[in-house]
Design a protein around this ligand. Structure first.
Ligand SMILES: [Zn+2]
Length: 212
């Protein structure tokens, strides 16, 4: 334990930020079992704080959004920021598409599949060119955004709900990035094992969502 604490202390500035984000992720992990049952896509209350709470109120969004951050740290370089930013941007687009009544089929299945696929990408440490990795998360983000846009009226409360949702999504991406960076620093040569563990965890959630 002391050894871990010492190596944590020796982290550079960029990873110190991620340490601060870690409690948020841990909070999310604690909240999941409590509230996984309470996540009904049809029963969204509107408002900024409900929007803030929603992505951590269900294991589907939580797992996908942390996974995007984890995968971004594996990809590195330009994808490090480009992949999470693509997710947030396309999710907003998906939300807007949802409010227009434009139809995307198999939304629930798409969201479950996104968790499964992200888990597989992390577990297998698959590195793709930026255009492809950004394209993949863009498709997933469309589903996560659309699901909520379709249920939201384009009113002030609907928009503030959306804003809250976007803020938490960005924080979950940062948590995933932080977790990935901390694992790289703490486990160093064994970072691959940590990736396997976390990728396996996300994949299991994806399997659960696909069969549930
Ligand atoms: Zn939802």
């Amino acid at each position: 334990m002391n050894k871990i604490l010492r190596s944590l202390r020796s982290l550079d500035r960029s990873t110190r930020l991620s340490q601060r984000l870690l409690p948020l992720l841990l909070l999310g992990i604690v909240l999941v079992p409590v509230s996984a049952q309470a996540h009904f896509e049809g029963s969204h209350s509107l408002g900024f704080f409900h929007g803030l709470a929603h992505p951590i109120s269900g294991v589907d969004h939580l797992a996908a959004m942390v996974a995007v951050g984890l995968w971004a740290t594996q990809l590195g370089r330009r994808a490090f920021w480009a992949v999470p930013l693509t997710f947030v941007a396309v999710m907003i687009l998906g939300g807007l598409m949802g409010t227009t009544g434009f139809t995307i089929p198999f939304i629930e299945q798409g969201i479950a599949y996104s968790v499964l696929m992200l888990g597989a990408l992390i577990t297998a440490a698959i590195c793709l060119p930026l255009s492809q990795s950004a394209g993949i998360v863009a498709l997933f983000a469309l589903y996560h955004g659309y699901a909520h846009g379709a249920e939201m009226p384009a009113s002030a409360s609907g928009l503030s709900y959306g804003l809250g949702f976007v803020v938490t999504t960005a924080l979950l991406h940062l948590s995933g990035i932080g977790l990935g960076l901390v694992c790289q620093q703490v486990f160093q040569r064994h970072a691959r094992l940590a990736q396997l563990f976390m990728g396996g965890l996300v994949t299991s959630v994806g399997v659960y969502l696909c069969v549930a």
